[in-house]
Design a protein around this ligand. Structure first.
Ligand code: SAH
Ligand code: SF4
Length: 365
């Protein structure tokens, strides 16, 4: 069996069958696969890991995704919106601590008050950090004009997970309506790429109804779309959501975690030069989850720098880690963890996706 794994690892191009096989591995064979990828890829990509300070600045959301704890219809969610001053302070913290860049994330809103506020915030963050801090946005689906406005104001990367690239599965985890349209979501990714954003997407792993073949197709979707960055993590059921009713059909949490790491390692083989994030949801299952992801293919980690008082309310899923630690604790703890994983931190660097520059033939910062 190990020779079959090695054969696949050394192939020039991977088929759906190869990917599905790798993703489904368990036990000693899985260990062999992960270790082989882990020893191979730092030789080409380097040992560096990049930090993105994550600011989850609001949990107000106009959408109703069936998996998410902050969906509009969850009346038990304690809603918050961090004021601009605190967001700017978080950005200054990230800059001072040499994080290189931040991610601004929230529930989805597309009203003018919201979009104009983001434009203003982007300009302010750029100005107080002398243009040195990179900014990634993760604010859901917006119009082309809004994406353009935010790009001009200083955002240069955007994360929009496709959640599942299989249309049928997509509509099992979202309402089938105008606000949750599968084609529109793909179209948003294309628009982001056209504008010039480094574009990131991803999926949840271990969803109800999901199979290894779906996951293999997800990886091929990232490749087919020429995606620059991927963040994927285990699905973790939330009591106050419609998908909770399927909890008995889910893989055990530990298996979701294992398959998530298999996905990361398989994607690293398939797309050697993209950025892959070690998702926070990994840590909700295994305390060393993100570090394990760094060993087997991930090269980006997103320390949470949201002011602590609000962290417990950004509960996309339950059991979210580090909700009671201040940003300082978080950053100390992480640098030790990254070193333990045998990687180095790219302090003060934007850590842009090498794939993006290959596509655009530009010089890297
Ligand atoms: N509103 C934006 C960004 C915030 S949600 C958007 O939807 O794009 C960020 C990500 O959290 C989602 O893309 C989804 O993949 C993830 N997420 C939501 N609920 C989750 C759950 N129950 N388990 C694991 N990940 C979840
Ligand atoms: Fe809102 Fe994003 Fe959660 Fe969907 S996943 S309900 S858009 S925060």
């Amino acid at each position: 069996m190990n020779s079959k794994i090695l054969n696949i690892i050394n192939k020039q191009s991977l088929t759906k069958e190869d990917l599905s096989f790798l993703i489904s591995l368990s036990g000693a064979e899985r260990d062999y696969f992960l270790k082989s990828v882990g020893s191979k890829y730092p030789k080409t990509l380097g040992k560096k890991v990049f930090f993105r300070g994550l600011v989850e600045f609001s949990n107000y959301c106009t959408k109703d995704c069936y998996y998410c704890g902050i969906r509009k219809s969850n009346s038990h969610s304690q809603r918050y919106d961090i004021d601009d001053k605190a967001i700017i302070e978080a950005a200054i913290f990230a800059h001072k601590n040499q994080y290189g860049s931040i991610v601004l994330q929230s529930g989805e809103r597309s009203d003018n008050t919201f979009t104009e506020r983001i434009t203003k915030l982007l300009k302010e963050v750029k100005s107080v950090t002398q243009g040195e801090l990179g900014i990634t946005l993760s604010l859901g689906e917006q119009s082309e004009d809004v994406y353009r406005e935010w790009f001009s104001a200083g955002a240069h990367r955007y994360l929009l997970r496709i959640e599942s690239s299989n249309k049928e599965l997509y509509y099992k985890i979202h309402p089938n309506d105008d606000k949750h349209n599968f084609e529109s979501r793909i179209n948003c990714l294309k628009i982001l790429q056209k504008i010039g954003y480094q574009t990131g997407t991803g999926v949840m792993i271990g969803l109800p109804f999901q199979t290894y073949n779906h996951l293999a197709d997800d990886l091929l979707f990232f490749k087919g779309m020429e995606i620059d960055m991927v963040g994927m993590g285990p699905f973790i059921e939330h009591t106050e959501t419609p998908l909770y009713q399927h909890r008995k059909t889910l893989w055990p949490l530990q298996r979701r975690f294992e398959v998530a790491l298999n996905m990361i390692a398989a994607l690293r083989l398939l797309m050697p030069d993209i950025n892959i994030a070690a998702a926070t949801a990994l840590q909700a299952i295994d305390p060393m989850g993100r570090e394990k992801a760094l060993k087997y293919g991930a090269n980006v980690i997103m320390p949470n720098i949201t002011p602590t008082i609000h962290r417990k309310d950004y509960t996309l899923y339950e059991n979210k880690p580090c909700t009671d630690e201040g940003a300082e604790d978080c950053s100390n703890c992480l640098s030790i963890r990254v070193e333990m994983a045998g990687r180095e931190i790219g302090y003060g660097e934007w850590g842009d996706s090498k794939h993006y520059f290959k596509r655009h033939q530009q010089t890297e910062r």
